[in-house]
Design a binder for this molecule. Structure first.
Ligand code: C5P
Length: 215
């Protein structure tokens, strides 16, 4: 039986940090589905396409690959250009589109099928892997999430203000929870962890306990 760990939650809740460390400790794959929405969101934004038929045309020409933990768009390795607040907004905007979700969900399901893998996103436990062995819903206060994101971006050398990051998080929360298709919500059978109250290590240990029980 594979061990598929679905980690969902809002922007900046600590999903990426936790998912990466967890996958590393368990020696299993890690899939960042948010990165996939960022890649496609930026690409479609650059092309300036808005309606479904134009988006569909663009998607049919795109080759998105996941090789050894890296994404390749039409043969070119994707880097930190997808980590800006603007890329997050583009991701969230196009993530509302059924056609984009269908395109990416299919790729995500293919990658995670029968794998031991940690998959993080917004709809992993609800849509992408509804029968995941472990489902975690990670949350934190809005201010805490903005603070963390801001620090992360500064460390990466991305030039932004705290207000810009906070506003981006508020806007994305709204778009992600209010969209009609696959909105961000806690799966009924997920374990809720509020990372404001715990250190990363404590969050990881809590998840590892569940993994030991179920995998
Ligand atoms: O996780 P990250 O913040 O990088 O995700 C960027 C955006 O991609 C989210 O705000 C959300 O709109 C979208 N997303 C999604 N479903 C996922 C992962 C990300 O809609 N599974």
């Amino acid at each position: 039986m594979p061990c598929r760990i679905a980690i969902d939650g809002p922007a900046g809740s600590g999903k990426t940090t936790v998912a990466k460390i967890l996958a590393n400790r368990l020696g299993i794959y890690y899939l960042d589905t948010g990165a996939m929405y960022r890649i496609i969101g930026l690409y479609l934004d650059e092309k300036g396409v808005e309606n479904d038929s134009d988006i569909e045309k663009e998607l049919s020409t795109i080759k998105l690959e996941f090789i050894n933990g890296d994404f390749y768009l039409n043969g070119k390795r994707v880097g930190d250009e997808i980590r800006t607040p603007y890329a997050g907004i583009c991701a969230s905007k196009y993530a509302k589109k059924a056609i984009v979700r269908k395109f990416l969900t299919r790729i995500q399901q293919k990658i995670s099928k029968n794998e031991n893998i940690v998959v993080e996103g917004r709809d992993i436990g609800t849509v992408v892997i509804p029968d995941a062995e472990v489902k975690i819903f990670l949350v934190a206060s809005t201010e805490e999430r903005a603070k963390r994101r801001y620090k992360e971006l500064l460390d990466k050398g991305v030039n932004v203000s705290y207000e810009e990051v906070l506003n981006e998080i508020i806007l994305r929360d709204k778009q992600d929870t209010e969209r009609e298709i696959a909105p961000l919500r806690q799966p009924d059978d997920a374990i809720l962890i509020d990372s404001t109250k715990y250190t990363i290590e404590e969050v990881i240990n809590k998840i590892l306990e569940v993994v030991l029980e179920r995998c």
